[in-house]
Design a binder for this molecule. Structure first.
Ligand code: UD1
Length: 387
């Protein structure tokens, strides 16, 4: 019998982290021919992940440009994929999440009537412009998808409300938890020497990332002002900010926070370093979606520097709090966690609302089922409390 040809398409660092365990699982299945195509919407940040997980793409569109626009990314993805699809003729492509690569990949496949599988499907804020352009990227990809892999019951419910057929949705958990089973190590020694020198026991180390488009300008300025105050007002705090390579973000962060005592501005770390820093830190402050999923798995409180989230599960579980980008609110919420042991304890329980490490396996089983090569029922992901 012929193998099923599955092409995985991704382009940014977070997609790569979350697709990597799935690529490995696809490669391990004898019924599947796994092909990887990267758009390289991110270059350096993507390559770090490819290297870590030993993934060699068969195709690389290499589309990244300095200060690239959404239109530019979308059109380069569409044009690049057309020829590849004509030559390779995959049975199905897999895209992940909500980036412009995701949407471009799904649209390019639709134009060639190739089946689309959407990993991390169904998350919604219900606000067209928050996050921008991710909310619409994810929603439009959902409209084009033939099979949806929702991480949670809540994300499945969102799709059902949009009249997606229940038989086409699988609750799998998030593949990022699969990746964390590989990357997190209690005895980890950092490659970055600056991180090895930090006293994680006696200092309250806050890990920060913030670079979302809707926070560009005033949002990032406010976040940096608040971080400055938090460091000044709490002598036991040490800040590690992983600064995105995007110049729109980088320039502002360096303007506010460079050469400051107890502040470390680092370039984005590879996945292993990032996950292990999270495992050692006191708390996380971020506007990232992925960190909101990863930190609860490690029992680290998260202050989210956004007004909305498409990931309500950890907010409901009480380990993630939405702060927005108002300076005073950010400082107040951070000080509460730094100074009030009880408040910290309540938020620092380890839960797994986003996955159990088996998402990639479920996705592969479901794909085989879709092509009539697996008759077994798939046991869906259910939340269990680990502590
Ligand atoms: C993209 C995604 C966002 C995701 C984020 C994770 C879109 C529209 N946005 O946002 O959903 O959360 O990635 O990081 O798909 N750059 C480099 N080297 C790199 C990566 C980026 O120099 O390895 C610079 C380039 O100048 C580039 C800029 O960063 O123009 C912005 O990259 P882009 O992919 O447009 O947007 P992100 O803000 O990274």
């Amino acid at each position: 019998m012929d193998k099923i040809k599955i092409m995985t398409i991704f382009g940014t660092r977070p997609e790569a982290i979350k697709m990597a365990p799935l690529v490995k699982e696809l490669e391990s299945r004898k019924e599947i021919e796994s092909i990887v195509c990267v758009t390289a919407q991110h270059r350096e940040m993507l390559d770090q992940v490819l290297e870590l997980f030993a993934i060699t793409p068969k195709f690389d569109l290499n589309i990244m440009k300095n200060k690239q626009t959404l239109t530019g990314i979308t059109s380069r993805v569409l044009e690049g994929l057309e020829e590849i699809f004509d030559n390779e003729k995959p049975d199905m492509i897999l895209v992940h999440g909500d980036t412009t690569t995701t949407f471009g990949g799904a649209l390019a496949a639709f134009y060639k009537q190739i089946k689309v599988g959407h990993v991390e499907a169904g998350l919604r804020t219900f606000d067209k412009y928050f996050p921008f352009p991710e909310e619409m990227n994810r929603k439009l990809t959902g409209s084009l998808a033939d099979i949806h892999f929702s991480p949670t019951q809540g994300s499945k419910n969102n799709l059902l409300r949009e009249a997606v057929a229940e038989k086409d949705i699988y609750i799998t958990g998030n593949t990022v938890i699969d990746a964390m089973h590989v990357t997190v190590d209690e005895k980890y020694i950092f490659e970055n020497e600056e991180l090895n020198k930090i006293d994680y026991k006696n200092k309250k180390v806050i890990m920060v990332t913030a670079h979302r488009r809707e926070n560009w300008g005033e949002g990032i300025e406010n976040i940096c002002t608040a971080l400055n105050k938090i460091v000044d007002e709490n002598k036991d705090v040490e800040l590690v900010y992983l600064v995105h390579l995007n110049p729109v973000v980088k320039d502002v962060v360096y303007k506010h926070l460079s050469d400051k005592e107890r502040v470390h501005l680092l370039t984005p770390l590879d996945t292993k370093e990032t996950h292990n820093l999270m495992n050692k830190c006191f708390m996380v402050m971020t506007d990232s979606g992925g960190l909101q999923e990863e930190a609860p798995h490690l029992g680290k409180p998260v202050l989210v520097l956004r007004n909305v989230t498409e990931r309500p599960e950890a907010v409901e579980a009480g380990t993630v709090k939405l702060c927005g980008t108002d300076v005073d609110v950010i400082v107040k919420e951070a000080n509460e966690l730094i100074r009030n042991e009880e408040a910290y304890k309540i938020m620092s329980k380890a839960i797994n609302p986003y996955g159990d490490g088996l998402a990639s396996k479920r996705i592969c089983d479901a794909i085989l089922g879709y092509f009539g090569r697996n008759n077994e029922e798939i046991e869906e992901f259910k939340v269990k409390y680990s502590k």
